[in-house]
Structures are given as C-alpha cells and as structure tokens.
Design a protein around this ligand. Structure first.
Ligand code: ADP
Length: 219
C-alpha cells in the first residue's frame, strides 16, 4: 500500500533529516516508527501527507508516486488519509460534533451521510455523550478520542498518528493505543510515530527504529 524507496529529505542542506529510507507497509498492517527526538519520525509522516516534499527517492501510495500528485489534486489524495496529532488540533469554537463533521462537510458530504458518519465515529470512540460540548470542556484523553473520531469518520485507507499519546499519562496512552489497535483490526492500515518504548513493547508487531534520520533496524 505504501512504499518508501531510497527517500532522502533535507530541510537545510547539506544536512539530511532523512537518509536512504526504505520500507513498505501492506494493507491492514500496524507499523510503529520510533527513535529519539529529532530522529526523523515526524518528517516521515509529513512526507506521506505531502506537507513536506522529499529531496530524493520515491514514495508510492496505492501505486501512485505521491511527489507527482499535482497541487490541485492533493485534497483528493489526502481524503485517503486520517491524521492524528499529539496536540489533538481540535477547533476550540466548534463543538465535538462539529469538529468531527467539518472535514466531511469540506469534502462535500451530504447532510444525512455526514450525520451518520459523525455519529458512528463518536459512538465507536465512546464519546458520543460529549457531542454538544466544546473541546475545552474535555479531558486530554477525551480530546484525543474526538481527534481519532475525526480522523476515522471519512473511512481513510491509512491512519497516521504522530505521537498520539505524547500529552497523555500512561493509563490513557494504553487506552488510546487499544483504540488504534481495534481500528486496525477492523481493516484500517495504521502508522504510529512514537518515542514511547513502553507502548512499543506492549503493542508493536512491526517497528522501524530510526536514529539520526537513518533506519537502524526494522523488526
Ligand atoms: P522527530 O519527529 O523524530 O523528533 P523530526 O522529523 O521532527 O524528528 O526532525 C528530524 C530532523 O529534521 C531534526 O534534526 C529537526 O531539527 C529537523 N527539522 C524538522 N523540521 C524542520 C524544518 N521545518 N526546518 C528545518 N529542520 C527541520
């Protein structure tokens, strides 16, 4: 589904944030990317979303070379992705329901379909009872559940999570990981970038270890 071929990324030449990155993720897999701060985890996520462009190499997603997607078509490509961030990135002046609905409305979803998708995602994340609240009224763990609901409401092919548990305590972190695992077991491919070794030991099947922008090992 997703393959990196000899990918390099330099923000400030001659330094490389990523060097010669090669890996593949198959449909339905759950991949962890780990390594110390600055190792290049976020850069890998940003290259997949085309938030950043690679300097050399190739990334194929479902057979498409993502560097070649024209800017005018990027929004169509990004509909296939669900993205979760460490800081949740919910819009404070929208309710929980509206936060989850917004990307669906932006992509032109009908009223009834949007309602059904949002309700179903909020139920799946067991946060439907907070649908009318604003994000500020929710705990960190609850906000992250809303952010995950938003990411899955559009039925993405690939769910990307960049340090999704970075702002949560160990108990809530495990809970969020279990949710991601459950989403994966229902068929969504998941990539999680995290420096949290404890989570990897408990949850990981496939792990890419990065140091200084290079793959040290894949297990
Ligand atoms: P990680 O997510 O593992 O902490 P990052 O992918 O954020 O690592 O960063 C990898 C390297 O790229 C670091 O050396 C970082 O300083 C550098 N870097 C990241 N983003 C930028 C940027 N926008 N401009 C310049 N350098 C950057």
């Amino acid at each position: 589904m997703l393959s990196f071929y000899g990918v390099y990324k330099s923000y400030t030449p001659p330094y490389f944030a990523l060097s010669d990155i090669n890996f593949s993720v198959e449909k339905g897999e759950f991949l962890f990317i780990t390594g110390p701060s600055g190792a290049g985890k976020t850069t890998i996520i940003k290259l997949i979303t085309r938030e950043e462009s690679l300097s050399r190499g190739k990334i194929l997603f479902e057979g498409t070379d993502i560097s070649r997607i024209p800017r005018s078509k990027l929004h169509l490509f990004r509909r296939k992705l669900g993205i979760i961030f460490q800081d949740f990135r919910l819009i404070p002046y929208l309710t929980v329901f509206e936060n989850v609905a917004l990307p669906l409305i932006v992509r032109g979803g009908g009223k009834q379909e949007t309602y059904q998708r949002v309700t179903s995602a909020l139920k799946e994340l067991e946060i439907i009872h907070k649908a009318r609240e604003f994000p500020n009224a929710l705990s960190g763990g609850e906000q992250q559940r809303v952010a995950i609901a938003r990411a899955i409401a559009g039925s993405p092919d690939l769910l990307l999570a960049d340090e999704p548990t970075g702002n949560l305590d160990p108990f809530l972190s495990r809970k969020i990981m279990k949710i991601l695992q459950r989403i994966n077991m229902k068929g969504t491919t998941v990539i999680v970038a995290t420096h949290d070794r404890a989570l990897i030991e408990e949850f990981a099947k496939k792990v890419i270890y990065l140091t200084y922008g290079k793959i040290k090992k894949i297990i």
